[in-house]
Design a protein around this ligand. Structure first.
Ligand SMILES: Cc1ncc(COP(=O)(O)O)c(C=O)c1O
Length: 445
């Protein structure tokens, strides 16, 4: 608890910020940038840095997670309780989460991986069932299927969005396929209308991995409310950080009850008398997956500020991207007009070396030297890992396909630091840095 960054008063500051943000404001303020920037020597060659924002403040703007005194108060309230009472608030938290997402049932878990395992258990599928999942995801989304005898079918992503490509799912369908799991990469919703229509046509369960997408929505419906079941992670890097934590959301009682008792030995006696899971009193199904009560308290508190904070982060991304994505070769993941995305981890952009005329490596080096927080972004592709190539770990060997969309995204993505507190001057300095680097494109080629 050494670094107590304080969260801005998002209600008032956001209004103020919105008045000055957007492409017009930034574009006008920085008009004519390229010619002036060409005259300046690149910082990597000894010129002045475009980003002059003080380093400690820059670090604080990018810092994540951010907690404020109210977070510390809720932690204190839990630590003041007796052990027997510490978990009592978790059912209230589940109700609040169900209301926030717009689903009938939620179940707390100690992390997103536990939520995934509980969800897989709740499907009740027989061993040998295949579940469609992107390779462009976190390892546990695919590997955890192993414990139930399920086998991942790796589906490609659309290189314009980094989200699941439904057309590729149609190509990969097998007679053993029983579910499709969409992962909303970096907070951008998958095209859930198309995925749900595809699933309905083929009698598949829709599962959502919403570990990146707390608060994102499509057609006014939040991520986590589209699928039959969904999971969230509240791990420290996530848009809603409780340091470790997870949640499952469920449309049907049967799924909720199965997922609940899988990892919580105290749940069976709490279920209605007619529940088929009530009899598992005393054992549940083996794991112990309940959430840390302090994490639960943080989830409840962070839920209250999530929408305002997502909007503030997004406004800063818009101020930046609306200008820099006009530079040749630079683009952002496509977000449909009926989607309201959030941002997880970084502002992921796509860099086309051929159109820009210089390499991603040179871009990252030059921008880093200018003071921009940037890296070339690659999500380790699951299908290339050793475990999927060894039949002994699986009910039957997973297919290890070529996934050109995934390869393309990993070859073109760059991760620009997300600004988590309002810092319009810093955004404008980032714009200046990008324009400066592009003004030196020939030199970088
Ligand atoms: C897409 C995705 N799914 C699931 C998880 C698992 O969440 P946790 O780390 O809380 O177990 C993560 C975590 O990073 C993730 O990124």
């Amino acid at each position: 608890m050494s670094q107590r960054n304080s969260l801005p008063n998002t209600r008032t500051t956001r209004r103020k910020f919105m008045q000055t943000t957007g492409a017009v404001a930034a574009g006008v303020a920085l008009a004519g940038g390229s010619r002036a920037r060409a005259a300046e020597t690149l910082a990597k060659n000894g010129g002045p840095q475009a980003v002059t924002f003080p380093a400690d403040r820059h670090k604080a703007v990018l810092k994540w997670p951010q907690y404020d005194p109210e977070d510390f108060e809720v932690i204190q309230k839990i630590t003041d309780l007796d052990a027997a009472d510490m978990y009592d608030h978790l059912p209230a938290m589940e109700k609040e989460w169900s209301k926030f997402i717009g689903v009938p049932f939620s179940k707390n878990h100690n992390n997103g991986t536990a939520a995934l395992m509980s969800m897989y258990f709740a499907t009740g599928f027989p061993p040998g069932t295949e579940i469609m999942v992107p390779s462009y995801t976190f390892y546990s989304a695919a590997v955890a299927m192993r414990f139930f005898g399920y086998v991942p079918i790796f589906v490609d992503i659309d290189p314009k969005t980094a989200c699941m490509d439904v057309e590729d799912a149609a190509r990969k369908l097998t007679p053993r396929t029983r579910a499709i799991e969409a992962m909303h990469s970096w907070g951008l919703p998958c095209e859930m209308d198309k995925i749900c229509a595809f699933a309905k046509e083929h009698g598949l369960l829709v599962l959502e991995d919403a570990a990146h997408a707390h608060g994102a929505s499509m057609q006014g419906k939040r991520m986590g409310a589209w699928g039959d079941m969904a999971i969230f992670s509240f791990q420290a890097t996530k848009p809603l950080p409780s340091i470790e934590g997870g949640m499952g959301t469920y449309q049907k009682r049967e799924h909720f009850e199965a997922a609940s008792v899988f990892g919580e030995y105290r749940d069976p006696p709490l279920l209605p008398a007619d529940s088929p899971y009530r009899k598992y009193v005393g054992t549940a199904f083996g794991p112990k997956f309940r959430m840390h009560p302090v994490a639960g308290a943080l989830v409840r508190r962070q839920m209250k500020v999530l929408d305002a904070r997502n909007a503030m982060i997004k406004a800063q991304v818009r101020r930046l991207n609306d200008v820099i994505c006009q530079l040749p070769g630079l683009s952002e993941p496509y977000c449909r007009p009926d989607q309201d995305r959030v941002y997880y981890s970084s502002n992921v952009l796509f860099f086309d070396e051929a159109k820009a005329g210089f390499s991603r490596k040179a871009l990252v080096e030059a921008l880093k030297a200018e003071g921009v927080s940037i890296s070339s972004g690659a999500y380790p592709e699951q299908h290339k890992n050793a475990i999927y190539k060894e039949a002994k770990w699986w009910h039957h060997p997973p297919v290890v396909p070529d996934l050109p969309g995934t390869t393309r995204v990993n070859a073109t993505a760059i991760n620009v630091g997300l600004m988590r507190t309002e810092a319009p001057e810093l955004v404008d300095q980032y714009i200046k840095a990008f324009q400066k680097v592009w003004a030196h494109r020939k030199e970088l080629a």
